[in-house]
Design a protein around this ligand. Structure first.
Ligand code: HEM
Ligand SMILES: [Cu+2]
Length: 571
């Protein structure tokens, strides 16, 4: 786009007048960001309710649950049958990963932050952006519909390993819907990814060189690269699986000389990077936010970007650590174990940089900052316990126990969720022009972090005691029966955690009308979105785009309150 065109405020599309054009088939990245946020929160509610059902069943393996149970599963006479439990954890895992967390930290963060933080008027391809949102919704609807199919939804786990996910000519429609829903979701991610990368490459404002990009933007760029590299792999695997099931081919069947193990390789070749796809936007965001709320530039900016690059590269060569017990060669196990341990290096650099930023900062414990510190705490626990899983000889015992469930919920579920909340609390004033209530935000944080730590640490302890995952009823196993009180306690904590989310919902809705007006820059942050009114106008900035000068992360922007100087300089 030419300078002249930008100066006139033209940027590809005009603000539509109709409701449908403005809010349904929206092209404005800020509205699409809100759409992704609402979609993600809706599916968080669905996936969270499923988690409650799972925990309800686990807390009362024998007791019938008349109301909800009979409503959802009339023929069961009350509680979740084992296969309904399978459906619930499959759908919970799938929905949470692809339909709740992904849209929050990629769809919402990416859409809201990228154009505003790079001083652009919109994404490079607004129509592709709109399509990306609607492919996501279509995939989500297909998944929800599958719950009501005669045979029920998919019950093969979020990993969909064949032959569990259906043999040749399998009649089970739920799995077919699952494959379609996920493929559409993958297409949505791909459209988002190349849009984000093109936007960052093509549309940065004057002076915003690569080394001056906010770390949030860097995180989203690396996430998009991972999406572009690995989503096609899982999409191909899913389509081959579909062909196997529908037309009787043998891509993953043992009869034709292939092996079901091939699917596991393809799935985890994508599945491991998926963890970084989800966490990198959060790492980027919290690196920026910890700096904002410590009133210092981010410590080790370039080292942080290089660590992101290293993680992006290493994440593609460690997938075998999910398959130690699947019958791969022990030599490969050693190779994957060594490669996996390498991830600790860039991760440690991240942590040291966050500590460096906090060190001697004038820390402001705002709600978004608390959620950021929560991510640091929860992810460090998840990361450290990952070392046990990575060690092949330990994993032989830990595999398929609740140790794994606790570990991956800390790394992937809880930290990304806390990061998503940090983002929402931070950008809410910019999105809606009003501030959320800080006290309610802090209560929401306090209850969430304590219950999350209790729930997932307790799961790891139970796992180390032999509690198996994907098990609807542990009372069939004498050696697990003694663990039942702890299992039930976890379920109570989950109920408390769920109730605490109502505080957030109330705060969110109430502040839309009653929150104090935000002004341009309520957090006194120095990235470009805070130099324009809240909410920003269509086209984001006035007739002239902001320019960036001075060095990198300590850059100053015209008109922004900028007391973001190193502590050592101000005495
Ligand atoms: C915070 C509240 C949550 C609770 C209480 C919870 C609870 C559970 C439970 C009980 C299971 C079944 C474990 C088993 O039987 O093996 C499970 C599985 C799973 N959860 Fe969550 N979960 C929560 C949030 C999340 C989030 C936010 C994500 C998304 C990243 C997530 C992703 C998964 C996955 C991928 C599985 C594995 C499903 C499978 O085995 O196929 N969970 N969760
Ligand atoms: Cu992995």
């Amino acid at each position: 786009m030419s300078d002249a065109a930008q100066a006139h405020g033209h940027h590809g599309h005009h603000e539509p007048a109709s409701f449908v054009g403005k809010y349904i088939f929206a092209l404005d990245h800020k509205i699409i960001a809100v759409q992704f946020m609402l979609g993600g929160l809706f599916f968080l509610l669905v996936g969270g309710s499923m988690a409650l059902l799972l925990r309800w069943q686990l807390a009362n393996p024998f007791v019938p649950v008349p109301v909800i149970g009979t409503f959802l599963f009339p023929e069961t006479g009350g509680y979740l049958r084992p296969d309904d439990y399978n459906i619930m954890f499959t759908m919970h895992g799938t929905i949470m990963v692809f339909f709740a967390i992904t849209p929050l930290v990629i769809g919402m963060f990416g859409n809201f932050a990228i154009p505003l933080q790079i001083g652009a008027r919109d994404m490079a391809m607004p129509k592709v952006n709109m399509l990306s949102f609607w492919f996501y919704i279509l995939g989500g609807i297909i998944l929800l519909v599958s719950l009501f199919l005669p045979g029920g939804a998919s019950h093969s786990g979020w990993t969909a390993y064949p032959p569990l996910s259906g043999l040749v000519g399998s009649p089970d429609l739920g799995q077919t819907f699952w494959i379609l829903g996920l493929t559409l979701n993958g297409v949505s991610s791909l459209m988002g990814a190349f849009n984000y990368i093109s936007t960052v490459v093509m549309m940065r404002t004057k002076g915003l060189t690569a080394w001056r990009l906010p770390l949030t933007v860097w995180g989203l760029v690396f996430t998009s690269i991972l999406n572009l590299l690995f989503v096609p792999v899982v999409a191909a695997a899913l389509i081959l699986l579909l062909v196997d099931r529908t037309f009787g081919s043998q891509f993953f069947g043992a009869n034709g000389g292939s092996t079901p193990l091939l699917f596991q390789h393809l799935f985890w070749f994508f599945g491991h990077p998926e963890v970084y796809i989800l966490i990198l936007p959060v790492w980027g965001l919290i690196s920026d936010l910890i700096a904002v709320f410590s009133r210092k530039p981010a410590f080790g900016y370039k080292a942080t970007v290089c660590s992101m690059l290293a993680i992006t590269a290493i994440s593609g060569i460690v997938w075998g650590h999910h398959m130690y017990t699947a019958g791969i060669s022990p030599t490969m196990g050693k190779v994957f174990m060594s490669l996996t341990m390498l991830v600790s290096i860039p991760s440690a650099i991240f942590f040291l940089n966050w500590l460096g930023t906090l060190w001697r900062g004038s820390i402001r414990y705002t709600t978004p900052m608390l959620f950021c510190l929560g991510v640091v705490l929860v992810f460090s626990l998840g990361g450290l316990t990952g070392i046990f899983n990575a060690a092949e000889m330990l994993d032989v015992f830990l595999h398929d126990t609740y140790f794994v469930v606790g570990h991956f919920h800390l790394t992937m579920a809880a930290s990304v969720l806390l990061g998503a909340f940090a983002g929402i609390y931070f950008w809410y004033p910019k999105m809606f022009g009003r501030r959320m209530n800080e006290t309610l935000g802090k209560i929401h944080f306090a209850i969430s972090i304590t219950t999350i730590l209790y729930i997932f640490i307790m799961m790891m302890i139970l796992g180390a005691h032999g509690m198996m995952r994907r098990l609807a009823d542990n009372s069939n196993y004498a050696f697990l029966k003694g663990l039942q009180p702890q299992v039930a306690n976890i379920s109570w904590a989950v109920l408390v955690l769920a109730c605490a989310q109502l505080i957030f919902v109330f705060n969110f809705l109430f502040s839309l009308k009653a929150g104090p007006k935000a002004g341009e820059n309520p957090w006194e942050a120095a990235t470009l979105e805070w130099t324009t009114p809240s909410p920003p106008p269509h086209g984001n900035f006035g007739p002239v785009l902001p320019e960036v000068y001075r060095g990198a992360h300590e850059y100053s922007v015209p008109g922004a309150a900028n007391d973001w100087v190193p502590q050592s300089q101000s005495g």
